[in-house]
Design a protein around this ligand. Structure first.
Ligand code: NAP
Length: 256
C-alpha cells in the first residue's frame, strides 16, 4: 500500500484495468491520489475494478470504460470520451491489456499470431499514440506512458512465438516513443514482468510453473501489486529523469 500521495490530480488511463496487473495498477495509483480511467474489453471487470478503488482523496473521480485496444476507432473514442469528461487528456497511461494464444512455432496458425500481435503490440502503439497526440495537442507540460512488456520478450519462450515477438516489439516501441516524445515532456518506460500470479498465469500448467520456480532467485512468483509498485514510481515525478528504460520485475529470473 502506498505511503505517499504522489499522484494527486494526475488523470490516469489504465488499459487491461479489469484484471491482474492492470487492476493492481489502478488500485495502487488510486491509493496515491490519481483519478483513474479503468479501461478493459470487459465492461463488467472494469466496473468491478472501479468499485474497488479508493476514491476519497482530493478531487478523485474514477471512470470505467470499454475499449478494444486493437481497434484504432475504439482507442480514439476512449481518449475523446476521457477529454470530454475530464476536460484534459490522461497525463499518466499504463498499457496493461494483453493476451496469450500459445502454440509451438511449427503449429502456430496465422490467426493466433496476428491476434496476439494486434492486441499486445498494435494495441500498445495505438494507445501510446492516441494519448501522446492528445497531450501534445493540448500543450500539457508533462506525461508518463508506461508500457507492459515481458521478460520473455527478451529471452524467448517455447510455445509463445507470437507473444514473445509482441513483447519484444513493445519494448522497442517504447524506446522509440521515448526518443520522439521527450521534447514534449512525455516520458515513456516499459516494465518487464516475470512470472506474476494473475488470471493469465492461472492458465499455465502446474508442471511448467514447477519448472520455472526454481529458476527464480527470489524463489516465488511475483504479485501483481509488486508490478504496480514500479508503475507508480514510473508514473510519479520520483522517476522524473528516467525515460526509455525497461525495468525488470522478475524476482531475478533471467537476470543479465
Ligand atoms: P490478465 O489478468 O489476463 O489481464 C489482462 C486484461 O486485458 C484482461 O482484463 C483482458 O480482458 C484485457 N484485454 C484483453 N484483450 C483486450 C483488448 N483487446 N482490449 C482491452 N483489454 C483487453 O493478464 P495479466 O497477467 O494481468 O497481464 C497484464 C499484462 O502484463 C499483459 O500485457 C501481459 O502480457 C503482461 N505480463 C504478464 C505477466 C504475468 O506473469 N502475468 C508476465 C509478463 C507480462 P479479458 O480477460 O476479457 O480477455
Amino acid at each position: 500500500m502506498a505511503a505517499t500521495a504522489r499522484l494527486i490530480s494526475r488523470l490516469t488511463l489504465v488499459t487491461g484495468g479489469g484484471s491482474g496487473i492492470g487492476r493492481a495498477v489502478c488500485q495502487r495509483l488510486a491509493s496515491e491520489g490519481a483519478s483513474v480511467v479503468v479501461a478493459d474489453i470487459s465492461e463488467e471487470s472494469a466496473n468491478e475494478t472501479m468499485k474497488s478503488l479508493i476514491n476519497n482523496l482530493r478531487g478523485q473521480q474514477h471512470t470505467a470504460a470499454v475499449v478494444d485496444v486493437s481497434s484504432k476507432q475504439s482507442v480514439k473514442q476512449l481518449v475523446t470520451s476521457i477529454q470530454t469528461r475530464y476536460f484534459q487528456p490522461p497525463s499518466v497511461c499504463v498499457t496493461a491489456a494483453g493476451i496469450t494464444q500459445d502454440d509451438f512455432l511449427l503449429n502456430m496458425d496465422e490467426e493466433k499470431f496476428d491476434r496476439v500481435i494486434q492486441v499486445n503490440l498494435k494495441g500498445s502503439f495505438l494507445v501510446t499514440q492516441a494519448v501522446a497526440q492528445a497531450l501534445v495537442a493540448c500543450g500539457a507540460p508533462k506525461g508518463s506512458i508506461i508500457t507492459v512488456g515481458s521478460i520473455l520478450g527478451k529471452v524467448g519462450n517455447i510455445g509463445q512465438v507470437n507473444y514473445t515477438a509482441s513483447k519484444g516489439g513493445v519494448e522497442s516501441l517504447t524506446r522509440t516513443a521515448a526518443k520522439e516524445l521527450s521534447r514534449f515532456g512525455i516520458r515513456c518506460n516499459c516494465v518487464l514482468p516475470g512470472f506474476i500470479s494473475t488470471p493469465m498465469t492461472d492458465q499455465v500448467p502446474e508442471k511448467v510453473i514447477n519448472k520455472v520456480l526454481p529458476l527464480v532467485p527470489l524463489g516465488r512468483m511475483g504479485e501483481a501489486a509488486e508490478v504496480a509498485d514500479v508503475c507508480a514510481f514510473l508514473a510519479s515525478d520520483d522517476s522524473g529523469y528516467i525515460t526509455g528504460a525497461s525495468i525488470e520485475v522478475t524476482g531475478g529470473l533471467f537476470m543479465g
